[in-house]
Design a protein around this ligand. Structure first.
Ligand code: EPZ
Length: 420
């Protein structure tokens, strides 16, 4: 198993190119199930989760050729509709194939994804919405068995909670359904927006893109001719590297980034004393040598993203004063706290709220990654810790960060990937 050895540095300098967004790529790959043509996707990130979903589509009879420049997916040969446990257990976002397969084939078996480190991660809202559209759903031996005796029929769906992949699943199911589907309380994340934009360019009429109310006019079973498209930049990868600049007091420039997707993150970094030069496709952070403490509440887009919570926890250990971080989306997304404490961080937890006392010097040691974003928080802490840090179980990191160590080495970090 790989681990990362990171030597604390004084500062970093240079440019980092941002890759395509993992969380935009996953629904857009699942969307290929709705196509009657070969789907070409540019700028997919080279991360494990993308490979896992492409493997799932291949296991169901599609042909997938991965290349970060241009990936080609042909689902016209798809002849299986079962997403098996062996793959789904490694990536819960496999649930994104449920809506498209059901819409296209009328039957589907998807292994229940099970929980994950950060929480139970239910999918009740996905299933309830599909049932409202006419699906018959049973849970048998750990599998979701879904059929649509009379096809999916558009209707009004009100999500009790805002769900990103739930919205994506239903948008894709609605694309092939009969009639109009209205989704109320839809997710507005940029990743959902891109899915809607690609579908609307492929002949699906969608009103309200980017808002909490989506109206989707289904094609009544007619497959889509999906035009070539390029994945939007990864706003969470970008936010993580901005935190790397802030925590090491380094001026770094991100390229191929979409600044408009990072409003809440940049605002919080400015509150902490950093400033920025921003162009259409780049962000340069001008760091402060004295970080101010911050109060963070994670909420749905466009508010502060939960996927940046762990990274800001690491950063807050270097701020002068007391920071408060409240996690409102997931019940167990503080797994990085105990590892940061082992490095010397002064953090106390009370339910969903963490109180971080800074500025505390951190020391390198052996730490363990527990989930994707917790891993990136440990990388940030290691960059400024005294001495060497070994981060174990970095398969978590590899799920969502494209060539992280090469990108950090490129700006002067001392990072090596070694074998246990
Ligand atoms: C997506 O997960 C992202 N993953 C997550 O990113 C991200 O943290 C999350 O959205 C929130 O922004 C992908 O896009 C692949 P949700 P998702 O459904 O869709 C509850 C990362 O680090 N809920 O928006 O699974 C749920 O428990 C990952 O890249 C239900 O109760 O999240 C949570 O409390 C981690 N029932 C809240 O809603 C449901 O049926 C938001 O979950 C669905 C969700």
């Amino acid at each position: 198993m790989d681990y990362l050895k990171i030597q604390g540095v004084d500062s970093l300098h240079g440019n980092i190119q941002i890759s395509g967004a993992k969380n935009a790529s996953l629904p857009l790959i699942a969307m290929a199930i709705l196509a009657n043509n070969e789907v070409k996707i540019n700028n997919l990130p080279d991360v494990a989760d993308i490979k896992t979903l492409l493997k799932l589509l291949s296991k169901m009879g599609s042909s997938c050729h991965f290349d970060t420049q241009e990936t080609i997916i042909n689902t016209t040969t798809m002849d299986k509709t079962k997403a098996t446990y062996d793959i789904v257990k490694t990536m819960r976002a496999s649930i994104l194939v449920l809506g498209p397969i059901l819409a296209r084939f009328g039957h589907c078996e998807v292994s229940l994804p099970g929980g994950c480190a950060i929480g139970q991660r239910p999918i009740d809202l996905h299933l309830k919405a599909l049932e409202q559209m006419g699906a018959k759903i049973d849970i048998k031996a750990g599998y979701i068995e879904a059929t649509t005796p009379n096809g999916l029929v558009g209707c009004e769906i009100i999500f009790d909670k805002i769900t990103v992949t739930g919205t994506a699943n239903i948008v894709m199911a609605a694309a092939l359904a009969k009639g109009q589907t209205t989704i109320i309380n839809a997710a507005r994340e940029p990743e959902v927006v891109q899915l809607c934009e690609v579908l609307s360019k492929s002949g699906v009429t969608i009103e309200g893109i980017g808002t909490a109310v989506l109206k989707i006019q289904g094609t009544d079973g007619e497959l889509l001719n999906i035009e070539e498209f390029s994945i939007i930049p990864d706003r969470i990868e970008a936010g993580t590297y901005l935190c790397a600049g802030a925590i090491t007091n380094s001026e770094i420039t991100l390229t191929k980034v979409e600044p408009n997707h990072l409003g809440a993150v940049i605002a919080k970094l400015e509150e902490m004393g950093n400033s920025f030069s921003i162009t259409e496709e780049s962000i340069t952070i001008h760091p402060t040598s004295q970080l101010k403490p911050v109060k963070i509440i994670t909420q749905e887009y466009p508010a502060f993203p939960t996927d940046m919570q762990a990274q800001f926890m690491a950063l807050a250990t270097q701020a002068d004063g007391v920071s408060i971080i409240e996690e409102r989306l997931f019940e167990n997304r503080f797994m990085h706290v105990s590892e940061l404490q082992r490095m010397g961080a002064d953090i106390s937890l009370n339910g969903h709220t963490a109180t971080v006392h800074g500025k505390t010097p951190l020391s390198g040691t052996d730490v363990m990654a527990t989930d994707l974003r917790a891993s990136s928080a440990l990388v940030l802490a290691a960059l400024i810790a005294k001495g060497e840090t070994n981060i174990h179980r970095i398969y978590h990191l590899d799920r969502g960060y494209d060539n992280l160590e090469k990108k950090l080495e490129g700006v002067g970090a001392k990072v090596a990937r070694l074998q246990e």
